[in-house]
Structures are given as C-alpha cells and as structure tokens.
Design a protein around this ligand. Sequence first.
Ligand code: FES
Length: 156
Amino acid sequence: MTALVVAALAPLLVYIYPPAGNTKRSSLTVSLKKALSDLANGDATQFDAPKGSAFVMVSNYGGSDNAYGDPAFSGFAVKDQAGQLSVFAVNCSHLGCSIAFNNDAKRFDCPCHGSRFHLDGTVLHGPATAPLSRLDWKQGGDPGQIIVQGVAIPGL
Ligand code: FES
C-alpha cells in the first residue's frame, strides 16, 4: 500500500522536493524482487528507495522533465533483448508520472499520456521526447541487491 501511495504521489513529490544536486549523496542498498542474475533478456524488476530517501537521477536530457540531480522514489533494473543491464528512474521523461513495465510488449508504458519506451530507455512513442533517466548503480554484495546513489529526504 505504501509503495502504491508513493508511486501515485511521485510526480508531485518531485516538485515539492528540490533537486538533489547539491545535497550530500550516499549509497543506498536496495533489495530486488528478482536478482539481476535471474533476469532473462527482456525482463525487468522494480524496486523502491528505502524509507526517508530518494535515488538521484544522473542523466540530463535538455528539454525533458527529468534533470540531473532530480529525486526518484522508485526505479527499474532491466536486461534488454541483447542482455545489456540498465537501471532507470521510474519517472517518465514527459511530466514525471511513474512508468510501468509491460512484460507482454517488452517495453515501458506511461499511464498518464501514453508515452512508450524501449527497454534501453529510448523513446518508442511520445509525447515524451527524451529517454528515461538512469540511476548510478553497482552490484551489491548479495546477488539480490544493488547499490544506488541517493540522498536523504527528511520527513518522508
Ligand atoms: S507523464 Fe508520461 S506521457 Fe506524460
């Protein structure tokens, strides 16, 4: 339920909380529902930021809603059809709604205005014009964990 509420409010929280670019960053250890080694090509797994924190977007695409340093409260680890691993913020690059993984079509869909994204984060269908924003991550010590750069969000 908490994850559902955070996902629904994430587009608003991005406006309430300032960009995290000047805030001290830390490494956030995140448990995945599916270990990276268990992801098949074309599969993705969603994860949430620990309570009281947010991930930090590291991609800066001019003209999109997502900017370098913006906070993200959830993300996706994805292995594309070629086996390339990527980790994206959940925020749609159009206006920040939370994207969802469409397993049947092997793409990310935004429920707000219909944008579609390939598994490598590039735009398949607008109105979004910029790719999904990446998160700075590395494999954790446990196969089911990754470590993502983030910031503390007091009171959340
Ligand atoms: S916010 Fe995703 S298509 Fe508009």
